[in-house]
Design a protein around this ligand. Structure first.
Ligand code: ATP
Ligand code: LTN
Length: 324
């Protein structure tokens, strides 16, 4: 079976962008791919974390994966720091990654400007660790949102560079970025992506927002000029809301536009709110029903499975490099 690998950082609350751009696709891939979904805590510490909060966030992301439909009988859910080969392979890849190519990474530039007081080496090296997360498992595909395309391209370059220096060792993966939902925009500013670390909580709908809070955020969401409900390049705010509506309801954007012909923003936002709150209530009921100890044992199982594959791959890498 072909493999898929992806991950989310255990930082802040996951939001609709994380679901629609990434995790929703993971759920759909589970039957066709041997899937490995990681909680990337070593990535999270590139920004300062409170240890207690981080520990809780790792568990919360695992519960989020499960409540959104990742099935531990089909997919492997595991924690990055519990598989030491991620950090080990990152070091090896550091010796072939070029300073110049890392300096071009837009996520680094964004995060560095947001955290001027702590531009640490880990933040700079983040994409190399991500490459290690991927290459250890030889996946065919890496399902992610649009913002991660540049990092997957770097991963491909590093895989090819290593293969040509030391003979074929890594499969060169493809990013899987869906056309719809790959870049959900902020509700308060449709020119920027919805982000967990946005300064205003009105930017995102967190998966754990209460229906009341979500409704308030939708009512405050910016809209475009004009009064008709239609998508288009000149209507970024409405196109974003229509995309969310469409992906959560299963209706096409065309169908939704038709439904609201002759109606205004108030009716449209009412319909969107109903769709979003239904989704959130269903998700939160599943999330709250999960037992922490059961979730921890699912992670233990996943860690073991991931470790077995990663250990083998590192023996191959080290042998080829003359380290063993
Ligand atoms: P932050 O914005 O705080 O850096 P994040 O919201 O991007 O965090 P990550 O853990 O870095 O969260 O991303 C997890 C996955 O969600 C990645 O595959 C990423 O591409 C995807 N993703 C994040 N934001 C969006 C978005 N606005 N639209 C679509 N996909 C997204
Ligand atoms: N860099 C990603 C998270 C991430 C990831 C990965 C995604 C870390 N390792 C491996 C896919 C595969 C992010 O910031 N969203």
């Amino acid at each position: 079976m072909k493999r898929a690998v992806s991950g989310v950082q255990p930082t802040n609350n996951l939001h609709l962008g994380n679901y629609l751009g990434a995790i929703k696709n993971w759920v759909e891939l589970q039957d066709q791919y041997d899937s490995f979904y990681c909680i990337v805590d070593l990535h999270a510490i590139t920004i300062k974390q409170d240890p207690k909060v981080l520990r809780q966030n790792v568990l919360n992301v695992a519960k989020t994966y499960l409540a959104l439909g990742i099935d531990p009988n089909k997919s492997t859910i595991f924690v990055q720091s519990q598989v030491p080969q991620h950090a080990e392979l990152a070091w090896v890849l550091n010796t072939i990654a070029k300073l110049g190519e890392l300096e071009r990474m837009t996520q680094f530039k964004d995060k560095a400007s947001q955290h001027k007081e702590n531009i640490n080496m880990g933040l700079f090296d983040y994409p190399v660790l991500m490459s290690a997360d991927i290459l250890l498992y030889d996946p065919e595909i890496v399902p992610v949102g649009e913002d991660q395309k540049q990092h997957v391209e770097l991963t491909r370059d590093l895989a090819e560079r290593f293969n040509s220096a030391y003979s074929k060792t890594f499969l060169v993966p493809e990013p899987l970025i869906k056309k719809e939902g790959a870049r959900i925009m902020g509700l308060d500013d449709p020119s920027k992506k919805m982000s967990k670390s946005a300064t205003s909580a009105n930017n995102y709908i967190a998966l754990l927002d209460s229906p009341e809070v979500a409704a308030k955020k939708i009512s405050k969401a910016v809209t475009d000029s004009g009064s008709t409900i239609e998508s288009g390049k000149d209507k970024p705010a409405l196109t974003n809301l229509l995309t969310i509506y469409s992906l959560l309801s299963g209706k096409t954007i065309k169908e939704i536009e038709k439904e609201y012909t002759g109606k205004g923003y108030a009716d449209f936002k009412k319909g969107l709110t109903a769709t979003v709150t239904e989704f959130l209530s269903d998700f939160q009921a599943k999330f709250n029903a999960l037992d922490d100890n059961e979730v921890k044992s699912i992670l233990e199982e996943g860690n073991k499975k991931a470790r077995a594959i990663a250990e083998k791959k590192m023996v191959d890498v080290k042998t080829k490099m003359g380290l063993i």
